[in-house]
Design a protein around this ligand. Structure first.
Ligand SMILES: *Cc1c(COP(=O)(O)O)cnc(C)c1O
Length: 394
């Protein structure tokens, strides 16, 4: 891909030399592009914006945003003004919405300097944005966030209606977008989905000439009536399942693998890892890998000795040479041990890599087995993996 501007040392390749890193991440930008087009077909005629907060969900905002732009995406959402500034250096012409609010009057000059569009969700933020004055003879653009049931950010419906009436008289700002956020989109039958849509519709009627946006990834899969003018997927672009129960239609984008640094024989009756919670039931072959909870492979995925194991799914599993291999014992900060006995002696060698999630272990399964969701798995990956981007042409 031409014209990349790496945002950090490891935005285009890993901080670590591949020969020296404890694990590697492969990020498939062709799969990202495919996911963007699948969502575009589903949401049409609504446009698809790219939600690239938290460094593109941990994948690297530079390569992610440039791929989406190349595929036709023109609107982007980040959480923080700093993220907006970084994204502006990559995409000079994109519309960049900043979700978390304005951060007060002191932050306004940064928004103006980098042409960031704030998502205003409180009266005080609206007042700060109005006070900064017009840009030439055009009132400054913004999005208006109305809360319809999340109780996180956003004006109440009454405040939003009052705002649009006053703004019609003063013309103090230019609302480009009216938005709200769904609390339960990943639970299609939840009654709050319809209630939120109805509250949103009611406010929308007063914002006659303003475009509107309600759906995140899961919202796109609810019903076309949730799409409005612009949808805001994040996790589905990156390969996570947009609906909890349904089959995941998205292409996997990220593969995380852990380097095998030792293969050891252990005897039946011996224990493995901290706390000695895992006792081997047979003579075993153990592959020790150089990835741990400091790399976002959460400790809750341990086979024993963590609260999750008393309540739910089996331990996390890796994949190597065509077979699933379970985590054995506790996951530690920098190392995770897998039971590779079933592959037989000699099958797994030092320097091999065990897939933690990717094509063979779905990301949502790895997340569930480690007590979390794909969002947290991706945003916890950290800085120690070697990263490589594939699936783009120069
Ligand atoms: C993070 C976020 C999104 C994207 O959500 P996904 O579930 O990842 O698709 C959309 N809208 C808002 C307001 C968000 O905070």
């Amino acid at each position: 891909m031409s014209g990349w501007i790496p945002l950090s040392v490891d935005a285009t390749h890993g901080g670590a030399d591949p020969r020296l890193a404890g694990g590697r991440l492969t990020i498939d930008l062709a799969a990202l592009a495919e996911n963007y087009h699948l969502l575009s077909r589903m949401a049409a005629p609504a446009r698809v914006a790219g939600v690239v907060k938290a460094d593109g969900y941990g994948l690297g905002v530079g390569p992610v945003a440039q791929t989406l732009w190349r595929e036709g995406c023109r609107e982007f959402f980040v959480a923080l003004p700093e993220e907006g500034i970084a994204l502006r250096s990559v995409l000079p012409d994109a519309t960049i919405y900043v979700l978390n609010g304005l951060f007060g009057a002191e932050a306004v000059p940064a928004y103006v300097a980098h042409r960031l569009t704030p998502v205003l969700g409180s009266s005080s933020d609206i007042a700060s944005w109005e006070a900064f004055g017009w840009d030439g003879d055009v009132p400054r653009p913004c999005a208006i966030h109305v809360d319809t049931g999340m109780n996180r950010l956003g004006l109440t419906s009454d405040e939003a209606l009052r705002f649009i009436q006053e703004n019609a008289l003063t013309g103090a700002v230019t609302p480009l977008l009216l938005m709200s956020h769904l609390a339960c989109a990943d639970t299609p039958d939840h009654p709050l989905n319809l209630r939120q849509r109805e509250s949103f519709q009611a406010v929308r009627a007063a914002f006659a000439s303003v475009e509107s946006s309600l759906a995140n990834s899961a919202g796109i899969f609810l019903d076309s009536a949730f799409a409005f003018d612009l949808v805001r997927p994040g996790i589905a672009l990156y390969g996570g399942s947009p609906a909890s129960a349904a089959l995941n239609p998205m292409q996997p984008v990220v593969t995380a693998e852990a380097r095998v640094v030792q293969v050891r024989h252990a005897k039946a009756g011996e224990t493995v890892s901290y706390g000695a919670h895992e006792t081997l039931r047979r003579d075993s072959l153990l592959a020790v890998t150089s990835i741990g909870y400091a790399d976002g492979y959460h400790r809750a995925g341990s086979s024993a000795g963590v609260p999750l194991r008393d309540t739910s799914a089996p331990a996390a599993e890796g994949f190597i040479h065509g077979k699933r291999v379970p985590v054995t014992g506790r996951i530690t900060m920098d190392m995770t041990i897998f039971d590779v006995t079933d592959l037989g002696a000699g099958a797994v060698a030092i320097g091999d890599h065990i897939e933690l999630f990717g094509r063979n272990v779905p990301i949502d399964e790895a997340a569930a087995a480690t007590g979390t969701i794909a969002y947290e798995l991706l945003t916890s990956l950290g800085r120690r993996y070697h990263r490589r981007y594939v699936g783009f042409s120069e």
